[in-house]
Design a protein around this ligand. Sequence first.
Ligand code: DGT
Ligand code: CA
Ligand code: CA
Ligand code: ZN
Length: 577
Amino acid sequence: MESLSRVTNIEVAAILYEVADLLEIKGVRFKPQAYRRAAQAVETLPEDIGMVAREERLDEVPGVGRGIAGKIREIVETGSLAYLTSLREELPEGVQHLTRLEGIGPKKAIALSRELGIRTVDDLEAKALAGRIRDLPGFGEKTEQNILASIRVSRTAKERRLLGYILPVARDIERRLSSLSTVGQVSLAGSIRRRKETIGDVDILATSMRPEKVMEVFATLPGVERVLVRGTTKTSVVLATGIQVDLRVVEDRHFGAALQYFTGSKEHNIALRKLAIARNWRLNEYGLVDLASGRTVAGETEAEVYQALGLAWIEPELREDRGEIEAARIGNLPDLVGYDSIKGDLHVHTRWSEGAHSIEEMAEAARALGYEYIAICDHAESLHIARGLSPGRLADQVHEIERINRESDGDFTILSGTECNIGMDGSVDLPDSILADLDVVVASVHSGFKQSEGEMTERVLTAMQNEHVDIIGHPTGRILLSREPYRIDLGAIFDAAASLGVSMEINAFPSRLDLSDVNCLSAREAGVRFSLGSDAHSRENLRYMEFGVATARRGWLSADEIVNTRPLPELKGLLRS
Ligand code: DGT
Ligand code: CA
Ligand code: CA
Ligand code: ZN
């Protein structure tokens, strides 16, 4: 095995994120964004950052300037960062824990820490419950309630991780195990195989004639911090990043049944077991057994388990007991969109607004992924935090795109576009005359999340009435593990979308996945068209598309329900005016 640094990409990113948080709390301008951009680049880098640092290639990592490169080298070499230690000392202890809560900015965090000596979220909760927050200047009873609500959200957040950040880690472990000569078959199982949006722990299944050897390697993989359970059939470890990974080793003759069982979901398994019981069979992780004769009916492959129960094999993404078993029984499973079905990305940012790369760089990377087109959708002017484009700058950008398209060989097209902002009254922040000249108009809500359901619904419906709006971006505004969706009547939105021909975005950014799988299911019922966008802020982020496809698949979508599975001429026909 190649030698690897003990510090993983996610750990390096965590340090950079904390630096960004602390700089922001101190009120430093620009630097926090730089650290955050670097953190994101490291987090999503397909290579080991330690290796990149040792090979002196940090300058190739996008968003990593010379200053931050030096910091990364220090982290890789020493496992920590002196700069972070000194930042921690400058600020009241614990403020960075408090600012992680939605609705608590630096000022509030410092006040809570200074005035009430609050250092931890637990302490904050106790003081809020005791009614001690409301009397602080600038707080009040409503703030106290909001703080308690944010704490509840963050509590559920602690245990689960984003699929987008865990899947690369899980795949890496899967790869290392499958390279062992003592290992036969290997597969991810559990929620990560079902591509659920958040992951509790990673489950891996393998076959081997030498289980103790496999467990030995597994328990000492780089990044393993603690071994929770060590056995020959199951070993559980915790990685330094806090992620638990369970490895089960089974015999080849049980692999299919075990894979089926440990893929879940639990609800899907319960429904499946009912079918077995009805035939006087028993289904468990060893196989499907006829109780009358003791004969094993199936077990070696998953497909034969399903087949014996009278079902077509069911894609893991569908295994949530949402009607898939009945559909498999009557041969009515959806023809799910494939991971390779996407012909272009309809939501990417560039350096013109808050992205890290130029239009050409994004286009080049998109072409390398096999796409036929890409839509450049930088923010418009009213989104100051994202350095949104004025109408004049946008016109310049459109000319630049035309020039690049003219000079390229024509088998790849850059579409001009915008992600405009839906104002409180439903207006969008670009004039119709400009929108009319763009190929793709995404419109999204970025502020005023506290509106009533009626107001928010009206607001988005108003934006959809604008004939230039093609796509509603991240339609519920949720941020996984941190911000609840805003209140909105999605039924009304989906009906309007279907009749107006507005597409609903499935934003593929790992922390969004918005629409969610469940929302996709109901939008599909309403006859809505979907658009997949990575919301990439850098070249590397284009790969997030995979998680959007996973969400679409979990929402039972087929390729023909998604506009950007179409070649360009057809796509143009599906966009409005
Ligand atoms: P997670 O880890 O919370 O993201 O979700 P899962 O689905 O990976 O759940 P996990 O890791 O607890 O268990 C992996 C699979 O094992 C689960 O999807 C189904 C199966 N399983 C676990 N416990 C039970 C159980 O009590 N009954 C049944 N039928 N299956 C179970
Ligand atoms: Ca799991
Ligand atoms: Ca597990
Ligand atoms: Zn947005």
